[in-house]
Design a protein around this ligand. Sequence first.
Ligand code: IDP
Ligand code: MG
Length: 171
Amino acid sequence: MAVEQILILIKPDGIRKSLTGNVLTKLSQLEMAIIGAKVVKVSKELAEAHYYQLKDKPFFGELLDYIQGRIYGGETWDRVLAFVYQGVDAVARTRKIVGLTNPEEADPISIRGSYGRITTKGVYENVIHCSSDVSEAEREIKLWFKPQEIVRKIYATKKIEVNKEEKIVWE
Ligand code: IDP
Ligand code: MG
């Protein structure tokens, strides 16, 4: 049993389908603490960095458009809700209630099983992202959040000077 952090994103389909409350209610069963939260307009650069491990997959282009909300056209759904949760065995316990990647294969009472779908173009619209292990969680949290945006000290930081001003960044 270890206290872990995990990055959770409510993806554009989750926001578009007004599922934020439902998803947060399901996550609250795990009795973890929310230690960071914000709405993020996802740039192409951020999308690519987040999903870099999948860059050779045939669905990578669609996946970038999905996480940026571009598959819904225009700028109406161009954002995600990003959360850092902290709790005992956060990663495994969250993955379990989130469900399998393919929403058709996910346990029907999991978040993805309840609310996900595969679009006619083959995009796995699965409502939510969550880190798959502790090291991926650290990489992703550092990508999406600045140290000052998290209310606990979770990873090492350092001070740097930018334009004669001191800044605190991830080490
Ligand atoms: P995960 O989100 O369960 O960790 P990953 O393999 O990391 O799954 O894939 C990231 C995201 O890419 C998935 O959540 C899903 O939206 C999309 N994806 C993964 N595999 C496929 C696929 O075979 N077809 C279409 N989309 C996929
Ligand atoms: Mg993954």
